[in-house]
Design a protein around this ligand. Structure first.
Ligand code: SAH
Length: 365
């Protein structure tokens, strides 16, 4: 065993209770002669009252607490590093039981307490400007590992504060791990024992995978959908977002429209502005044509430079002109403020910094 890949401690060899559905816990309790209402008590201690040990669950019989501690752990990962930005943003680098590393972020914005959560170790989508996918994907996260990020960030809050928003915009492609993402979000939105966050305040961000968008639309969970567009035509999008080659903008827009029709949720499109690549007035004009007739919001994000990658943030004048064309075209456009600039807060940046020297990727293809 190397220090980078430590043997899991006995504690982490036990399954995490975060992997268990309420029903599974009810069955576990039943097998041991405990009533099923204990399941909600246990879960609300973890998700609502922020306890990290079974022993402190004071309204449970001692025998039950002992048995819980024998069978389960709560957290399986450990915080390998935490960074605190001057603007209140906090980022955690979590080392999972198998040594995989993921990132998650807490953003404080007025009364909002938002968390940005990862869905995979690495990412297979290969967006050329993003730090998360430079080495491909290692694996999907489990439901417990997705929930664990939310809980670790929740525990950074003051006791009177609550998490208010979730964005699935950390490492990975959430729609490539849809089943587990939905299981975790079901707990996030549950107000009986879970985090009690309304689906209106939960955003799933995707590179745009039409079959999975349709599945999400049919899942009866009206989450906000954000589609990472980044280019208004296929030629440019395929350069920036290689997975686009086998998908294409039109099928994505059609799936997005079906999502809107099924859920009534206004769509968000994300557009990372990259200097001299997708920030031209012509791109802005094409975007207007693409989005004008849709009930959509365009979220324009100035690029957060990744060390070692050759991409740059456009100059303020170019950003201003881009915005002007969109607004004059009647698009609902929002310019997202970058947060946590001083702490490597863009997806995958911190993990990458801690792993090795960044690769240099050529722009010439
Ligand atoms: N795979 C999903 C979710 C993760 S990325 C998706 O593609 O939407 C979340 C958002 O951050 C995406 O829009 C992504 O393109 C953007 N992003 C990635 N790296 C960035 C960077 N360095 N600066 C700004 N935005 C970035």
């Amino acid at each position: 065993m190397t220090p980078e890949n430590p043997e899991p401690t006995p504690e982490t060899r036990k399954p995490s209770i975060l992997e268990q559905t309420e029903q599974a816990i009810v069955e576990w309790l039943g097998e041991r002669g405990f009533p099923k209402y204990r399941a909600r008590q246990i879960l609300s201690w973890i998700y609502q009252r922020r306890l990290d040990t079974f022993h402190d669950m004071s309204d449970l019989p001692k025998e039950l607490r002992t048995q819980l501690a024998e069978h389960f752990c709560i957290f399986t990962g450990k915080t390998a590093e935490s960074q605190h930005s001057e603007d209140g943003t906090e980022k955690l680098l979590i080392e999972l039981a198998d040594g995989g590393r993921i990132e998650c972020v807490l953003l404080r914005d007025g009364p909002r307490r938002s968390v940005c959560i990862s869905s995979q170790v690495g990412c297979a989508m290969g967006c050329v400007f993003c730090a998360s996918g430079l080495d491909g994907v290692d694996r999907n996260l489990t439901r417990g590992e997705i929930l664990e990020q939310m809980l670790k960030l929740q525990r950074l809050l003051e006791p009177e504060e609550r998490l208010s928003h979730i964005v699935m915009m950390g490492m990975g492609e959430p729609l490539a791990n849809l089943q587990r993402v939905l299981e975790a979000l079901a707990v996030a939105k549950d107000s009986d024992f879970g985090l009690g966050i309304s689906p209106r305040r939960i955003t799933i961000s995707t590179v745009g995978l039409p079959p999975a968008i349709d599945k999400l639309a049919g899942s009866n969970s009206p989450y906000q959908l954000a589609i990472s567009l980044h280019a208004p035509n296929d030629e440019l999008r395929t350069r920036l977002v290689p997975v686009n080659r086998s998908v294409g903008i039109e099928p994505i827009m059609a799936a997005a429209d079906r999502y809107f029709n099924a859920t009534g949720r206004r769509l968000t499109f994300e557009y990372v502005l990259l200097k001299n690549l997708n920030d031209s007035p012509a791109c802005a004009e094409q975007l207007v044509k693409l989005l004008r007739h849709r009930n959509a919001m365009l979220n324009v994000i100035p690029y957060n430079p990744v060390p070692g990658l050759p991409y740059e943030t456009p100059a303020p004048e170019a950003i201003h002109e881009f915005r002007r064309i969109l607004m004059e075209g009647g698009i609902n456009v929002m310019f997202r403020q970058r947060k946590g600039n001083d702490i490597q807060a863009a997806c995958g940046q911190l993990r990458r910094l801690r792993e090795r020297e960044p690769h240099v990727v050529s722009l010439s293809n």
